[in-house]
Design a protein around this ligand. Structure first.
Ligand SMILES: Cc1ncc(COP(=O)(O)O)c(C=O)c1O
Length: 400
């Protein structure tokens, strides 16, 4: 006999992420589904070089348990890196996490009680929505425009919730899935809107380095680096898109009080993040391997995004919109309001392609007139062919 599952397990729904990862991995499909970096672009040679140059002592450290807050040289290197992005870590706490996913999970765990509201953008990252829901929080979406979350809608939502919102979760830099980057003014307006409110701003930034044009780099300046505000910001980043998701490494920078609690929570989750990859990541940063590697990534992703955008322009029927990508991994396509993305998916899937339907990114799980196309991990030679299928599927769903 099986005892009943816990209430939180009973609340878990079949994960869209699992389905996506499975589809993305099916070699017979041209997949625009997973949010994975380009497999052929992963820095195998850099890892070989860094590992080969380690001393036996460092290799032993790499195979041993480590401190819950992270491998000290890596914490120091991440601190230095954040400093180069204008984030002052003095007086802040900083821990290494098992991916940004764990950082989001930790913040959710230490703040969200069952029934609390967590406000997110609409659309929002599926992994974060799943993490908030796993603690019994109610996720409430606020729409975005091309410059970020819409402030009057956010204020209306916060004022009308009828319950306490402890967290606002945003992904301002090359959003997953919306593809947009926040404007300078919108970030200030957001901080002003949250000022004086008892709410944590969870600023998630795994894609900020992946701008296509250096002229956009100033837009990647984080809210965490901005002064003259009183908003409590938890800032998270990741090595997943700038080194390799298999490293399973991210970080969380927040006030020492929050970091202390997160560290306690992390102790019971995984004791420590993988020491093996932390040693490599510390070398990646200290040997200054990242800037050159990122340059190559930006060129490769810009090329993939360009091919996808050209196909959209050429092949999509009237009434379909999308965000022109300026960085990151994604294009968010808006279908005519009567169209159902699941129907489009079915047709595209039969034609040998996959993407993710919009409802997966809706905090309420309902709106389904959008779809997310990831250009990051589709070989250049397959993108046009796959896009012909996707655009053909949309055309086939146009109302006559
Ligand atoms: C917005 C966002 N946050 C967090 C993550 C999770 O990153 P990690 O692989 O470091 O856990 C992802 C991964 O796709 C993401 O898109």
């Amino acid at each position: 006999m099986l005892p009943p599952f816990s209430q939180s397990a009973q609340g878990m729904r079949s994960s869209e992420i699992r389905r996506i990862m499975k589809l993305a991995g099916d070699p017979s499909l041209i997949s625009f589904a997973g949010g994975s970096p380009g497999t052929s672009l992963l820095p195998v040679d850099i890892v070989d070089e860094l590992y080969g140059a380690l001393s036996t002592r460092a290799k032993r450290t790499a195979l041993q348990y480590g401190a819950t807050d992270g491998y000290p040289p890596l914490i120091a290197e991440i601190g230095r890196y954040l400093g180069s992005k204008g984030i002052n870590t003095d007086g802040q706490g900083l821990i290494v996490t098992t991916g940004a996913q764990q950082a989001i999970n930790l913040v959710a765990k230490v703040f969200a009680d069952p029934g609390d509201a967590v406000v997110t953008e609409y659309p929002s990252f599926i992994g974060a929505l799943a993490a908030f829901k796993s603690y019994g929080a109610e996720t409430v979406g606020v729409p975005m425009d091309g410059n970020g979350i819409i402030i009057p809608d956010l204020l209306k939502t916060l004022d009308k919730l009828g319950k306490r919102a402890k967290l606002l979760y945003v992904t301002p830099y090359f959003h997953n899935p919306a593809g947009i980057i926040y404007g300078e003014r919108r970030k200030r307006e957001l901080l002003d809107a949250l000022s004086g409110r008892d709410i944590i701003l969870l600023e998630d930034d795994p894609y900020g380095e992946l701008y296509f044009d250096a002229a956009d780099k100033p837009l990647t300046a984080t809210m965490k680096s901005m002064s003259n505000h009183d908003v409590n910001i938890c800032y998270t980043g990741s090595f997943a898109k700038i080194f390799g998701p298999g490293m399973r490494l991210g970080w969380l920078c927040a006030t020492p009080e929050i970091i202390d609690k997160c560290q306690l929570a992390k102790q019971s989750m995984d004791a420590c993040s993988p020491t093996f990859t932390q040693v490599l990541a510390a070398e990646f940063l200290s040997k200054d391997k990242m800037p050159g590697y990122l340059e190559g990534l930006r060129v490769a992703y810009r090329r993939r995004a360009g091919i996808m955008t050209n196909s959209l322009k050429e092949l999509m029927p009237e009434g379909v919109g999308w965000t022109p990508p300026r960085g990151g991994f994604y294009i968010w396509v808006t279908l005519p309001p009567y169209m159902d993305a699941s129907e489009v998916f079915q047709k595209a899937f039969e034609g040998g392609t996959a993407f993710v339907i919009g409802s997966a990114f809706d905090p309420a799980g309902e709106k389904n007139d959008c779809l997310r196309l990831a250009f990051s991990n589709t070989p250049v030679e397959d993108i046009e062919r796959g896009m012909e299928v996707v655009c053909g599927a949309v055309k086939a769903c146009v109302r006559k």
